[in-house]
Design a protein around this ligand. Structure first.
Ligand SMILES: C[S@@+](CC[C@H](N)C(=O)[O-])C[C@H]1O[C@@H](n2cnc3c(N)ncnc32)[C@H](O)[C@@H]1O
Length: 280
């Protein structure tokens, strides 16, 4: 991952993703382990933490990035291996963008990986609130947003991210598969699962047709504890609530403060406490 050419733009997330961690990176910085050789991010989403660590660790590390959402991983693979074709597709979407075109693309099923990837980025940049949401059939179902002039194709950023992803392994898989790979104290795993809801309506956990349930939070705690017992460095973000604090009571729990939507319509933002659990 060291052989990058000079970049004019630094790598960072190119998608708007619910639960994105960009605003928390400064608070996370002292909590990251100072050194590691292998990095695993099993709930990749927008990838804010990966792109940040990539910049910070000039000596490099190997990374395995995964998510259960196949559309998302297909898109990262296209950024990794076919970024110029992807940019062309996005420029074409940009030229044609209007409400009728949006709904036409939203209804479309593409087979070619680059077309699929461009469709998701286009919808993410133009849909209401930039929210990725699927119905029970796995269809993207968000209405068009009210942007005057959305940036559909940030070519320089896509190229910078493509370089950052060059040596990365990208996988569609459940988070527990990390147990097959992370085994030593040279491994660092960062878990950013869908958060445990603070109330029935307050939180957005439906990123895809695979909902994250309470039993998954228990399963994740067991994976965290197993990795910790192997000496793997593990870090996890979640909501600050009695359920999560009890689940991870044997580990150090740190508090961070995040600006989040505090009502169900997302129109009011306020500071809310979140936790970061570490195994070290
Ligand atoms: C909170 S988001 C990650 C946010 C990300 N760290 C960022 O900065 O944008 C959670 C992600 O977990 C994924 N996910 C949900 N259930 C999963 C599972 N069982 N295994 C792996 N990934 C899962 C979702 O598709 C979603 O992308």
């Amino acid at each position: 991952m060291n052989e990058t050419t000079a970049l004019t733009v630094l790598p960072r997330p190119f998608l708007k993703w619910a639960g994105g961690k960009t605003q928390l990176l400064q608070q996370y910085q002292p909590l990251f382990p100072p050194q590691f050789k292998n990095y695993y991010e099993p709930f990749l989403g927008g990838g804010a933490v990966f792109f940040y660590l990539f910049q910070e660790h000039s000596s490099g590390f190997k990374a395995v990035l995964s998510d259960v959402n196949e559309e998302l991983i297909n898109m990262y693979r296209c950024v990794q291996t076919d970024v110029e074709a992807l940019i062309k597709e996005l420029e074409s979407h940009h030229r044609k963008h209007n409400p009728e075109y949006y709904y036409k693309i939203r209804a479309k099923k593409n087979r070619k990986p680059v077309k699929k990837a461009a469709r998701i980025i286009y919808l993410n940049k133009t849909c209401f609130n930039g929210l990725y949401r699927e119905n029970s059939k796995g269809e993207f179902n968000v209405p068009i947003g009210r942007y005057k002039n959305p940036t559909i194709c940030n070519a320089e950023l896509l190229r910078a991210d493509s370089q950052a992803l060059q040596w990365v392994k990208l996988e569609v898989r459940d988070f527990d598969k990390v147990l097959e790979e992370a085994k030593t104290d040279q491994d660092f795993v960062y878990f950013d699962p869908p958060y445990y809801p603070l109330s029935n309506t307050s939180q957005f956990t439906s990123y895809s047709r695979y909902n994250f349930k309470e039993e998954d939070q228990f399963r994740l705690r067991d994976v965290f504890a197993e990795l910790a017992s192997r000496g793997v460095k593990v870090m996890l973000s979640n909501s600050d609530c009695p359920f999560i604090r009890e689940l991870y009571q044997e580990f150090p729990i740190h508090e961070v403060s995040a600006a989040r939507s505090i009502n169900s319509k997302g129109t009011h933002r306020g500071k809310i406490s979140e936790v970061v659990v570490t195994s070290y």
